[in-house]
Write a protein of this length. Structure first.
Length: 61
């Protein structure tokens, strides 16, 4: 997910209840930051979900 920030990765999970996503960044062997977790409602990731991820990425020290 380079649109969110450098090094941001995405986990995708699909269940009977729907599709879910997690944006995260691994900074080191001990530092993992979960930026946003949400249920997808459409094929395209909503702009509001991307913005939440970007805002939280900027908070990483």
């Amino acid at each position: 997910m380079p649109d969110v920030g450098a090094g941001t990765r995405e986990i995708r999970v699909r269940t009977r209840d729907g599709a879910f996503r997690v944006f995260y960044v691994v900074e080191s062997a001990t530092d993992v930051y979960v930026l946003h977790a949400f249920q997808k409602k459409s094929q395209k990731t909503a702009a509001s979900d991307l913005e939440k991820g970007k805002a939280r990425y900027r908070l990483i020290p």
